[in-house]
Design a binder for this molecule. Sequence first.
Ligand SMILES: Cc1cc2nc3c(=O)[nH]c(=O)nc-3n(C[C@H](O)[C@H](O)[C@H](O)COP(=O)(O)OP(=O)(O)OC[C@H]3O[C@@H](n4cnc5c(N)ncnc54)[C@H](O)[C@@H]3O)c2cc1C
Length: 444
Amino acid sequence: MVRLNYDVIVVGGGPAGMAAAITCARAGLDTILLERGRFAGAKNLFGGVVYTASVLSLVPDLFSASRLPFERPVTEEGWWILSQDGVVKITHTNATLRESPPRAFTAFRAKFDAWLAKQAQKAGVLVVPKVRVIDLLIKDNFVCGVQTDRTASWDDHRPAQVKAPVVILAEGVNRILSIKAGLVPRDFSPKEVALSVKEVLQLPKGELESRFGLQKDTGLAVELLGEASLGLPGTGFLYTNTSCLSLGVGLFLIDYATHNIKPYALLEHLKRHPVLAPLLAEAETLEYGAHLIPEWGFFGLAKLCGNGVLAVGDAVGLVNPLFREGTNLAIYSGILAGKAAIYAHKKGNFGYHTLRLYEEALKDSYIYQDLRYFRKLKTFLQQNKSFFQTYPYLLNEVLHLYLTAQGRAKQEVFKEICQLIRKQRGVTGLLGDFVRAMKFLKGW
Ligand SMILES: Cc1cc2nc3c(=O)[nH]c(=O)nc-3n(C[C@H](O)[C@H](O)[C@H](O)COP(=O)(O)OP(=O)(O)OC[C@H]3O[C@@H](n4cnc5c(N)ncnc54)[C@H](O)[C@@H]3O)c2cc1C
């Protein structure tokens, strides 16, 4: 860090921070991005599927790059609904995706974030890794810079301060600075964040393709429901990469504590599932990690910006867990915050009333509409446990009975299916769940 005054400081080199920094630098603003990791992406973990549209909105010439920062295109996606010993697979395969740009790709954050950092440098951003921002500089009620964990110079051992009239906080789920800035009232509660554990598994050569029915240019991305999360609100995932696969599972933090479940034991349980175990046979673990996902924190928000400061991405809970969307919301919010910073520089005014252009643009976007629409999903699922506890298992049993020749009259089988449904959920329960689900989908 040679110079210590910039037009914009971005804290955090994930997709949100990179998008904000690139947007500002392309408009000619002198932009510095501070990232605590050894390099952008070094400390980051996700499932991971990235969405083409969001990446294109930041890097329009994405497909002219000689090497894409992705693993496989996602050509088949959906849900595997697990019981204790079976699975109902609901997936959709799009054959035309092999010709046109796919809507999504699997990826690794270490590669994807590092590639975004290169795009940022190309745009003129000074990307500085290995620097942790430890505090905000606040003067006359305006955020005007940050304090880092680096020393100012070789002979000045005080923490280095970097100054700018706009600071964009893209620090992710551990939103210490956003709280300090007064943007969010508190940390996420254990009911609002999920903890996911993930393993990257290497199969013997050629086995990935043969076990998952893949070609060189196809890929599978499925969410795992039911027994994957032991019938609790949560999901697992299985995504295929170029030569390995990503397998993970997550629950709300509170449920680990309440049900005394160890995260690693949950993943082991998933790996031993009779449907998954043969698919994972002889797999070697390449990576193991865990990360928090802010699943329902968005509406605990006070504001998205203040005097001289904006917050983007996971820091403000921009995640849509039902559709495993996070990186795209991070990128869009970063772009919108960047535009607000540009506008503030043009006006020469960095107060809340100028920067709230970002808040307004976000409220007009599909991000806000989606998060608003699904705002009560957590409460809905927590109050209607049968969607995780009963239906995945019931669906498996019903389809098993329906599809398998039983050596008896079909009418008798149908009767048994009806009895099973009545016993496990009851007609009133079933109707009640249906009505509540419809009400929920209509937006309450
Ligand atoms: C297990 C899991 C699976 C997921 N799967 C998907 C998926 O398949 N698809 C999808 O779209 N989304 C997925 N998500 C969500 C997605 O990863 C996040 O929504 C997205 O990464 C948020 O981006 P961000 O830039 O806001 O935060 P982050 O990606 O968390 O980046 C924050 C950055 O800030 C840095 N930082 C933090 N504090 C400081 C500081 N004080 N000083 C300097 N640097 C700092 C961190 O090192 C990090 O690089 C998943 C998340 C998890 C945990």
